[in-house]
Ligand binder design. Structure first.
Ligand SMILES: NC(=O)c1ccc[n+]([C@@H]2O[C@H](COP(=O)([O-])OP(=O)(O)OC[C@H]3O[C@@H](n4cnc5c(N)ncnc54)[C@H](OP(=O)(O)O)[C@@H]3O)[C@@H](O)[C@H]2O)c1
Length: 303
C-alpha cells in the first residue's frame, strides 16, 4: 500500500523541492499544503490543500481526510529580522503551530519531520554536532529552539532536521536566497554589501529534501544535522557564485556584521558535522559547485 506524506509550506523553497522529490516515488501519495493557492508549476500527480498552519481545526480535518503516515513540516516564519520585529506572529507560527501539529501527529501515529536551524547555536565554536549545547541569540532562533523542545516532549514519533542557509530555484520566483540574490543583483549591476565575518555551510534544497523524505519514509527518530559539507565565509559563497556565473565581482562590497547592523543578531560561525545524517538517513550532499551547476540548469529552463 502507498504511504501518504503530507508536506506543509509547499509553496516555499524546501516545500517545493520536497513535493518534487516525493512525486518520483511510486509508493508514495503526496498531499501538499500551503498558504493560499498552489504556486508550484506542476499541478498533477499529487493533491493540493490550502492550509494555514495556525488553523487548528483545519489541521484535524486534514488528518481525518488524508490519514498521513508522515508529515514533513517546512512551513515557518523564516525571515530572521521579521521574527525579531513581529514576535507574536513568529511565536504563533514557529512554536504554537508546531505544538498543535506534534499533538495531532502523536494522536494519529503520524511521524513528524520537523525543520530547525543552525541558528539555535550562538556560533562561537562551529562546526557543531547534534549533542552540542544550544544558545539562541535572536528571537527567530529562540522560537526554533523552543519548537525543538515542544516536538521532543510530544507523544509524536519525530525527526528534527536542523539545516543551514538553503539555496535553490523556486518555481514562481517568490523567494530569494544567497545564490539567487547574488546572481540577480550582479546581473543588474547592483552593488551588494556582503558579510565577511560569518561562516556557513550552504545547503542545496534538493539534497535537504532527500534527507527529509528519507527521515519520513524510514521514520528515523531523533535529531539530525543536515547541510552541505563546505564551511565558508558568506563573502566566499557570494564570490564563488559570481565566478561560476561569470559575473563582475567589482559590485561586491565586503562588510562586517557590526557595520551592517541587522535587527537580529546572527551566529558568527555555524556549520555542521553531518556523520549521523550520512549514516542514518543516507544523506550525501553535493559539493557547492555541483549545486551551482544544478541552479544554472534550472535557471536556463526557467529563463
Ligand atoms: N532558508 C534557510 O536558509 C533556512 C536555514 C535553516 C533552517 N531553515 C528552516 O527550514 C524550513 C524551510 O525553510 P524554507 O527556506 O523552505 O522557507 P520558505 O521558503 O520561507 O518557506 C516557508 C513556507 O512557509 C509558508 N508559511 C508561512 N506562514 C504560513 C502559514 N501560516 N501557514 C502555512 N504556510 C505558511 C510560506 O508561505 P508563503 O509562500 O505563502 O509565504 C512559505 O511557503 C523552515 O522551518 C526554516 O526555519 C531554513
Amino acid at each position: 500500500m502507498k504511504k501518504t506524506i503530507l508536506v506543509t509550506g509547499s509553496n516555499g523553497l524546501l516545500g517545493q523541492k520536497t513535493v518534487y522529490g516525493l512525486l518520483v516515488l511510486p509508493d508514495v501519495h503526496c498531499v501538499s499544503t500551503g498558504r493560499g493557492p498552489n504556486r508550484m508549476k506542476r499541478k498533477d500527480g499529487y493533491e493540493y490543500e490550502e492550509f494555514d498552519i495556525t488553523d487548528y481545526s483545519r489541521m484535524e480535518e486534514l488528518f481525518e481526510k488524508h490519514r498521513p503516515d508522515a508529515v514533513i513540516h517546512t512551513a515557518a516564519l523564516t525571515n530572521v529580522d521579521a521574527c525579531e520585529n513581529r514576535r507574536e506572529e513568529a511565536y504563533a507560527l514557529n512554536v504554537e503551530a508546531v505544538k498543535s501539529l506534534a499533538s495531532v501527529c502523536g494522536k494519529n501515529n503520524t511521524h513528524l519531520v520537523h525543520l530547525s536551524t543552525d541558528f539555535v547555536f550562538d556560533g562561537s565554536e562551529g562546526p557543531y554536532i547534534e549533542s552540542d549545547q544550544v544558545n539562541p541569540i535572536s528571537y527567530y532562533a529562540q522560537t526554533k529552539s523552543e519548537a525543538e523542545i515542544v516536538v521532543k516532549e510530544s507523544r509524536a514519533s519525530f525527526s528534527i532536521i536542523r539545516t543551514i542557509i538553503i539555496y535553490g530555484v523556486v518555481d514562481d520566483n517568490s523567494r530569494s536566497n544567497v545564490v539567487l540574490w547574488t546572481i540577480n543583483s550582479l546581473r543588474e549591476k547592483k552593488i551588494i554589501r556582503v558579510i565577511n565575518d560569518q561562516h556557513r555551510s550552504p545547503t542545496l534544497a534538493e539534497d535537504l529534501a532527500q534527507a527529509c523524505i528519507s527521515a519520513a519514509l524510514r521514520r528515523e527518530k531523533g535529531l539530525f544535522h543536515v547541510s552541505g559539507r563546505e564551511l565558508m565565509c558568506i563573502e566566499d559563497i557570494v564570490r564563488i557564485t559570481a565566478d561560476y556565473f561569470d559575473l563582475d565581482d567589482k559590485f561586491i562590497q565586503p562588510i562586517s556584521s557590526e557595520e551592517l547592523h541587522q535587527p537580529a543578531k546572527r551566529p558568527p560561525m555555524t556549520g555542521f558535522l553531518i556523520q549521523k545524517a550520512e549514516q542514518e538517513l543516507g544523506f550525501h550532499p553535493r559539493p557547492f559547485l555541483e549545486g551551482l551547476a544544478i541552479v544554472k540548469k534550472q535557471l536556463l529552463l526557467v529563463g
